[in-house]
Design a protein around this ligand. Structure first.
Ligand code: GLN
Length: 470
C-alpha cells in the first residue's frame, strides 16, 4: 500500500528504480488520493488520464502551458483553451526526466491573489483546516502536495505565490532567481517578476525539481545558464554560514506572535547548527516593496492581458460587431481582480503619468535591489517569516483588497530584487504551519538548500496535516 501522504518524490523514485512498484501503481495511488480528498479540497482544475510511462507524477499550476491539456490560469476567459505546445518547464520535466502530468492545479485568476479565492472556478481549501485558505496564488499546488495528492508540483511566483502558499500548507517552496527558469509557454502576469518554481515535501525534493526545470532556454531570452550545477543538500551543520535577520522583516506590524515565536525558535536552531546569526536592516525595501510592486505588477499585467480579446484564446462573447465582441468578452471573461489591475496598470502607464508612476517605481526597485545587495556583502542568507500570519479563514480578506495585498508584505521585497527565496515549515501556531523564508543573493539556490536542509533535519516538522494522520 503506497502512503502518498508520507512518500517523498525521492523515495518514490527509489521504489520505481528498484522495481518495488510500477509507474501505473504509483499513478493509481495518487489518483485514488485525488478521488478521496479532492472533492473537499479542490486542488485540481483538471486531472489527466495516465499517458503511461514509469516516471513520477507531477502536478502543474494551471498558469503553466501543457500541450493537449486545458490551461485556464484560473480564468473564465481562458476556459476551453488547450495549448498546442508545452511550456519549456513541462517539456523538460516530461522529456528529460519522464515525469508525467497528473493534473492542473487551481490558482487565483492569472495568479493574482494570495488565497486562491480569486479563481473563477471556486477556491481551494487548506488540508490542515478546510475552513481556511491554502494561500495563493498557487494554493492548488501547495494543498495538493500537502494532502498527498501529488508528490510534488510546479508553481509560479510573481510576488509570493510559491513561497506563501507553501508556508500556509506546510510545504517547501522555492522561488528561483529571476532568469534561471524559462517562462516560455507560461501565462504571463508581470513579466519582469514571474518565475516558475518547485513545491515539494522536503528540501531535497525541491532542489531536485529545481534542477529539472532550471537553465538557459533559447525560447526565453531572459534566461541564463546556471553558474554552478544544483547540489542536492547533504550537510547537517551550518558552520561558516552567516545569516542575517532583517529587523523590518521580522518585526513588521501584523506578524502574529505565534509566527514570530516559531521563527525565533528556528533562528536559535540555526545558531546551534553552527551558523553565525546577526541583526541587519532592510528599511526601504519593506516600506516601499508593496507600493512599488502594486504599480509594476499591474502595469505589466495590463499589457500582458491585452491579448485576451475573444479572437485568439478561450472565451468569446456573442456580439453583432467586432468592437462589441472585444469589450463584452473582456467584461464577461475577466473577474474583478484582473479588471482592477488592468485599470490601475493602464492608468500608471498612460502618457503623462508614466514617469510619475511606472518610471518612479522602477527607480525604487533599483534602490530595493541595492539595499539587499549590500547585506549580502556580510551575509550568505537572510531569514524571516514567509507570511505574517498562518492560514486565514476563507472570506476573511476578500472584501478588502489591501488586506489581501499585505499577505505578501514579507515575500515581495526580495521578489522585486530578483532574488531567490526558499520557504520551509518551521513549526505550528494555533495548530497551523508556520513558514520560514530564506533569501539569498542571485544564483545562491544551493546555499538556501543547504541551510534549509540542515534546519529541516533539526526541526523535524511533520508535513502531514494533523487531521489526515492515520
Ligand atoms: N499575491 C500577489 C499578487 O496578488 C503575488 C501573486 C503572485 O506571486 N503571483 O500579485
Amino acid at each position: 500500500m503506497i502512503d502518498t501522504l508520507r512518500l517523498t518524490a525521492y523515495e518514490a523514485a527509489e521504489l520505481l528504480r528498484s522495481n518495488q512498484i510500477s509507474g501505473a501503481e504509483l499513478w493509481e495511488a495518487y489518483r485514488r488520493a485525488i478521488d478521496e480528498r479532492d472533492g473537499e479540497l479542490h486542488c485540481f482544475l483538471h486531472v489527466c488520464d495516465d499517458a503511461g510511462g514509469d516516471g513520477l507524477p507531477l502536478a502543474v499550476k494551471d498558469v503553466i502551458g501543457t500541450r493537449g491539456i486545458p490551461t485556464t490560469a484560473g480564468s473564465k476567459i481562458l476556459e476551453g483553451y488547450v495549448p498546442v505546445y508545452d511550456s519549456t518547464v513541462v517539456r523538460r520535466a516530461k522529456e528529460d526526466h519522464g515525469l508525467r502530468i497528473l493534473g492542473k492545479t487551481n490558482t487565483d485568476e492569472f495568479a493574482m491573489g494570495s488565497s486562491t479565492e480569486n479563481s473563477a472556478f471556486g477556491p481551494t481549501r487548506n488540508p490542515w483546516d478546510p475552513t481556511r485558505v491554502p494561500g495563493g496564488s498557487g494554493g492548488g499546488s501547495a494543498a495538493a502536495v500537502s494532502a498527498g495528492l501529488a508528490p510534488w508540483a510546479l508553481g509560479s511566483d510573481t510576488g509570493g505565490s510559491i513561497k506563501q502558499p507553501s508556508a500556509l500548507c506546510g510545504n517547501v517552496g522555492l522561488r528561483p532567481t529571476y532568469g534561471t527558469v524559462s517562462r516560455y509557454g507560461v501565462v504571463a502576469f508581470a513579466s519582469s517578476l514571474d518565475q516558475v518554481g518547485p513545491v515539494a515535501r522536503n528540501v531535497r525534493d525541491c532542489a531536485f525539481l529545481y534542477s529539472v526545470i532550471a537553465g538557459r532556454d533559447e525560447c526565453d531570452t531572459t534566461t541564463v545558464e546556471l553558474p554552478h550545477p544544483v547540489e542536492l543538500p547533504e550537510a547537517d551543520d551550518l558552520r561558516g554560514m552567516r545569516i542575517g535577520v532583517p529587523k523590518e522583516l521580522n518585526e513588521a506590524e501584523g506578524i502574529e506572535p505565534g509566527v514570530a515565536a516559531a521563527v525565533q525558535a528556528a533562528i536559535a536552531k540555526l545558531e546551534e547548527l553552527g551558523a553565525e546569526v546577526g541583526e541587519c536592516a532592510l528599511p526601504l525595501s519593506v516600506e516601499y516593496g508593496i507600493p512599488c510592486y502594486y504599480l509594476i505588477a499591474p502595469a505589466e499585467a495590463s499589457s500582458n492581458l491585452a491579448r485576451y480579446d475573444g479572437v485568439r484564446y478561450g472565451y468569446r462573447a456573442d456580439a453583432a460587431e467586432r468592437y462589441a465582441m472585444y469589450t463584452r468578452t473582456r467584461d464577461e471573461g475577466f473577474g474583478d481582480e484582473p479588471k482592477r489591475r488592468i485599470m490601475v496598470g493602464t492608468y500608471a502607464l498612460s502618457a503623462g503619468y508614466y514617469d510619475a508612476y511606472y518610471g518612479q517605481a522602477q527607480k525604487v526597485r533599483t534602490v530595493i535591489k541595492r539595499e539587499h545587495d549590500a547585506l549580502f556583502e556580510t551575509f550568505d542568507a537572510l531569514v524571516s517569516p514567509t507570511s505574517p500570519t498562518v492560514a486565514f479563514p476563507l472570506g476573511a480578506r476578500t472584501a478588502d483588497p489591501i488586506a489581501m495585498y499585505l499577505s505578501d508584505l514579507l515575500t515581495i521585497p526580495s521578489c522585486m530584487a530578483g532574488l531567490p527565496g526558499l520557504s520551509i515549515p518551521c513549526g505550528l501556531s494555533e495548530g497551523l504551519p508556520v513558514g520560514l523564508q530564506l533569501i539569498g543573493p542571485q544564483f545562491a539556490e544551493n546555499t538556501l538548500f543547504r541551510i534549509g536542509h540542515a534546519l529541516e533535519q533539526s526541526i523535524a516538522f511533520d508535513p502531514v496535516p494533523e487531521r489526515l494522520r492515520a
